[in-house]
Design a protein around this ligand. Structure first.
Ligand SMILES: [Zn+2]
Length: 355
């Protein structure tokens, strides 16, 4: 369905010995509007900007209240010849997303528990009820006829943490996690963040991601994963563990440079290089997210700089977060029109290149 991209169509494959040039894929995320005939106007603009796919957020609210509108939005995206990705935006708060979760308010047992016993407003990736909810979300996405499901920033709750000292508080020590830890190590789960607990947490995130990619493939869909670009006991630090998941197709990260990074090219280029190396090693497609929010007025050129840094490392799949500089949100770019114009110009330029 959909998925037709400029330069796409039947691939006869390169002659032996000549490296295949990956197809250019350019996307943008879209949310905040569930009025299909208005969305269609924006989708036309997205297509004109050079996008070959749209990452539509598919939140808990969408699942509960906006299914007919989502079906129309997915269909309209396909009709314009663009591929559709669906994003579990803020689902259980265990993925990225500036929106609320109803699940963690209604089903308290699904919440992560901190090392001091507090119930936290985020679902535990090990909890069977959360896994069950995610399966329902995957099935709903398949019914909407999406092309791909996008697993964005899977994480345990991220609490303040320094590299040189274990944090005072961490999660998750819910009964499910404690039982799993005991099964695997033969010992009760400590309340300190020991190296063993760190390794356990990372393994749990990898396993949950594998579970999601497998379930996605069982529905006949592709998976893409974005890992957070910083080291923490609540994220996946050894990216190769995720990149090698057999049912995963696209692997990437989101090295957003605001507000701390000034050397955009080297900052983004470093991550692009790592993504490309892992993607090549495990036969995946590497992709990069490009910051399109919180851009100060006059600094829109950093968008082009970041795209070029990724391109130079061989990345040919980019997506920007989000449409029109996130104009409706608090985290908007200062000059959303200039951000959109810059992104569009860079995307058009990529289309003009050969290889
Ligand atoms: Zn847990």
């Amino acid at each position: 369905m959909g998925g037709s991209t400029p330069g796409g169509g039947a691939q006869s494959g390169p002659p032996r010995g000549i490296r295949n040039t990956p197809m250019l894929k350019l996307g943008v995320s879209y949310y905040g509007n569930r009025i299909p005939w208005r969305v269609k106007e924006d989708l036309k603009e997205i297509k004109e900007a050079g996008c070959t796919y749209v990452v539509h957020t598919f939140s808990e609210e969408d699942l509960e209240f906006y299914l007919p509108a989502m079906a129309e939005i997915v269909n309209a995206t396909h009709e314009l010849g663009m591929e559709v990705w669906l994003d579990p935006w803020g689902v259980g708060q265990a993925f990225g997303g500036e929106t609320y979760s109803s699940l963690i308010a209604k089903e308290l047992s699904v919440r992560q528990i901190s090392s001091d016993g507090a119930s936290l407003p985020i679902a535990c990736p090990n909890h069977p009820l959360f896994r069950e909810f995610l399966l329902k979300w995957i099935q709903a996405g398949a019914k909407l006829k999406t092309d791909l499901l996008f697993w964005d920033e899977p994480h345990f709750i991220i609490l303040p943490e320094r590299e040189d000292a274990p944090p005072k508080l961490w999660a998750c020590r819910c009964p499910v996690c404690q039982e799993l830890f005991k099964q695997r190590t033969g010992r009760p789960m400590p309340d300190l963040l020991t190296p063993e607990v760190r390794a356990f947490k990372e393994e749990c995130l990898v396993e949950c991601t594998r579970f999601l990619c497998d379930a996605t493939r069982a529905e006949g869909l592709k998976s893409s994963v974005c890992l957070l670009p910083f080291k923490s006991s609540s994220t996946v630090n050894n990216w190769s563990k995720v990149a090698q998941i057999p049912s995963l197709g696209i692997f990437g990260t989101d090295p957003y440079w605001q507000p701390h990074q000034r050397e955009i090219g080297s900052f983004v280029g470093r991550f692009a290089k790592e993504v490309k190396a892992l993607a090549d090693q495990f036969g995946k497609e590497g992709m990069l997210w490009i910051l399109n929010f919180k851009i100060p007025k006059g600094e829109e050129g950093t968008i082009t700089e970041a795209l070029e840094a990724g391109y130079a490392q061989g990345i040919r799949n980019f997506a920007a977060w989000s449409y029109y500089g996130a104009a409706p949100m608090n985290l908007r770019a200062e000059d959303p029109a200039a951000v959109w114009k810059t992104l569009s110009a860079a995307y058009q330029e990529f289309h003009r290149r050969k290889g």
